[in-house]
Design a protein around this ligand. Sequence first.
Ligand SMILES: CC(C)(COP(=O)(O)OP(=O)(O)OC[C@H]1O[C@@H](n2cnc3c(N)ncnc32)[C@H](O)[C@@H]1OP(=O)(O)O)[C@@H](O)C(=O)NCCC(=O)NCCS
Ligand SMILES: CC(=O)OP(=O)(O)O
Length: 332
Amino acid sequence: MKPLDKIIETARNAPRQIVLAEGGDARVVAAALRARAEGIAQITLIGRHDIIAERLRDHGGDEHAFRIEDPATSPLTERFAERYHELRQGKGVDREAAEKAVREDLVFAAMMVREDEADGTIGGAVATTADTVRTALQVIGRTPDAGLVSSFFLMMLCQPHHAKKGAFVFSDCGLVVDPDASGLADIARMSARSYQALLGDRAKVAMLSFSTNGSAAHDRVSKVVEATNIARASDPDLLIDGELQFDSAFVEAVSSSKAPNSALHGQANVFVFPNLDAANIGYKIAQRIGGATAIGPVLQGLAKPANDLSRGCTADDVFHMIAVTVVQAASR
Ligand SMILES: CC(C)(COP(=O)(O)OP(=O)(O)OC[C@H]1O[C@@H](n2cnc3c(N)ncnc32)[C@H](O)[C@@H]1OP(=O)(O)O)[C@@H](O)C(=O)NCCC(=O)NCCS
Ligand SMILES: CC(=O)OP(=O)(O)O
């Protein structure tokens, strides 16, 4: 079974309550209808009831098949305002500001997860990643064993022209702009864990650089080497190597010539980029030129599942993210 089908099948076997923060978006509504039809999740749509109902009708759907919550009129808003005020008052948020905040769709959706009204939330088809992720950080927060919250894309190579097929993790393509060595090590550790949780296989982590095995000397190369050493020391069982160029990590013949002693043998399945510039540009090139299916940004290190999308996403991308979020929620 293809890795993506396996994730969808896992979700179907343990469906969860997923809240979609941008319920008025046509792609989100189409994905919600497919998620319901395929039995992978019970969906709550956030937004104006009349707009969501119209979008559902446009797609041949029925508004009564979904829970719809409009933060402007929902009976939950009062309780959420109180809780949000308790949560954020230390950061200078007064009661009036809390009431205003929870009327925003992204915040309301995240509060549903925090307050156990849903198991996971997804936004970002319309909102920017910065707004979506900041909301998750502020409302849901970090799990104690993660140093940093970070993100990854699941990259599926399944087209006939892909010489190597399968599922790969690229990180961090969405969140941490310029990690230091310790931050990069944390991203590597969390990405390996995410790969194993979602795909069931052992993670083989490549720490990417413009240098392989000392072929270039630069502070940026040293950062990747240091991050590799920190990650290895914090988890001796982690299969990790770096610094490696992408070809040394992905192509067995190149690995043999440029990195003959690499434990990865050109078979890495988790690729940790040195910063957000490289990672975000890299995943979009693999997606738009290379024809990879890209699912993300999936957030890791949060106390409960909250995920983002690219504003360029399709309805299929939203559907796939619903499946990933269900699997994350079910594996807690
Ligand atoms: C995500 C992002 C918005 C966070 O920015 P920020 O300026 O730190 O935001 P805030 O200060 O409002 O952070 C919210 C909280 O999360 C914390 N935080 C920020 N980044 C964090 C991280 N990686 N891990 C854990 N906590 C983090 C902050 O300390 C803050 O805590 P507090 O509210 O208790 O003080 C920022 O890192 C960003 O813009 N990243 C790039 C997003 C992007 O444009 N991606 C490209 C397209 S995908
Ligand atoms: C992940 C990402 O790049 O998001 P967007 O395309 O919305 O900026």
